[in-house]
Design a protein around this ligand. Structure first.
Ligand SMILES: *Cc1c(COP(=O)(O)O)cnc(C)c1O
Length: 356
């Protein structure tokens, strides 16, 4: 080993889902929205100019639109390049103590990557046998708490009372609720912001706003938390949000009717698809997200994953302890899900000659 090699930061990076080039694939592997973003976004896109100029480092326009939308003050909102950027900034800003930060063992698989990268001590808390988070695991002294609600990849959504208990038990540290999937029918922790000044709620435009390609995420919380996040951000890179992202993000927030309509369609398709899964011999925790986390009573998940892929349907398979017999299936359009159901029907029938 060369002397300079000793000082290189060693990390095991996050593994993103596949992004195949072939447009004919039914792509249900990375929780994108199957619908186009609001037509207002496309309209705005044609107007974009002035790319010569730096964007507004304070991102005032987008922050104001989000604050108005959620009934908050502008100084309670922080925006970043996808919620990945916002969560990474939050780890760097708030998890700066000696005690370990806590999060579930089965959860968004980026949390431990950031903790490792920033050398933040952490403890993972195993979900119970029904894949539920147990508040009592988070009662001992810690350096902070983060969990997604709904959780990923299980899809389980806990109610407001659960989040309130988690906060009640953790008042001395920052508690982050990652609400990447909350718009698909869950109860947001936003209403607890007045009560708990250590609460940070993080959202993304990638799932419910059909804008994964634009990269916008945001955090909401007490102005002191938002101030601290901005100080860290401006010590790193002031111009993270591009001019197009700011403009198009505002256009998306302003078209609430379209947003509600596409979310309603996803929820409806999810409920229909879940019933089909029952019929085909799958079980799954009830989903509050835009995906279903399913296991089959006979067919191994890995085999379904590989056969579906060969048939041009991509779903997500995690080769990890406890969840290696599950598939995370994103909810696409009704037509895409019908094709997947047909495929699964054929697969199940070929196993024992009848639909199980
Ligand atoms: C998708 C996802 C994110 C990241 O979303 P981006 O805004 O696209 O970076 C964060 N947390 C969870 C739980 C997610 O599923």
């Amino acid at each position: 080993m060369k002397p300079w090699e000793k000082n290189i930061r060693r990390v095991t990076p996050y593994t993103p889902g596949e992004q195949p080039k072939d447009k004919n694939i039914i792509k249900l592997n990375t929780n994108e929205n199957p619908y186009e973003p609001s037509p207002k976004v496309a309209e705005k896109y044609r107007e974009i100019q002035d790319l010569r100029l730096y964007p507004d480092p304070k991102v005032e326009e987008l922050i104001h639109a989000l604050a108005v939308y959620h009934g908050l003050e502008d100084n309670q909102v922080f925006v970043g390049v996808g919620s990945d950027d916002v969560i990474a900034m939050s780890f760097l800003t708030f998890f700066n103590g000696e005690l370990p930060v806590c999060f579930p063992d089965i959860s968004y698989s980026f949390y431990d990557v950031w903790a490792d990268l920033y050398k933040i001590p952490y403890t993972v808390k195993p979900l119970d046998e029904d894949f539920r988070i147990r508040v009592k695991d988070y009662e001992e002294k810690n350096g902070g708490v983060i969990f997604p609600n709904p959780n990923a990849p299980t899809g389980i959504c806990e109610n407001l009372e659960f989040v309130r208990q988690m906060l009640a038990e953790n008042q001395d540290v920052v508690v982050i609720v990652d609400e990447a999937y909350i718009d698909f029918g869950g109860e947001s922790a936003l209403s607890l912001l007045d009560e708990y000044e250590n609460l940070l709620v993080i959202r993304t435009f990638s799932k419910s706003r059909s804008l994964a390609g634009l990269r916008i995420g945001y955090a909401m919380g007490n102005s002191a938390l938002i101030h601290a996040l901005n100080a860290v951000k401006h010590s790193y890179n002031s111009y993270t949000m591009s001019r197009p992202a700011i403009l198009l993000g505002v256009a998306s927030v302003e078209d609430d009717a379209y947003f509600k309509e596409t979310n309603r369609k996803i929820i409806e398709t999810r409920e229909w698809f879940s019933k089909e899964l029952d019929r085909l011999g799958f079980t799954y925790p009830k989903s509050g997200a835009n995906f279903v986390f399913a296991t089959h009573k006979y067919l191994p998940a890995k085999e379904i994953f590989e056969k579906a892929k060969a048939a041009g349907i991509y779903v997500r398979y995690f080769d990890k302890p406890r969840i290696d017999n599950y598939l995370r299936i994103t909810i696409g359009t009704k037509e895409q899900m019908e094709k997947l159901v047909k495929f699964l029907e054929t697969l199940c029938t070929s196993v024992d000659g009848s639909v199980m």
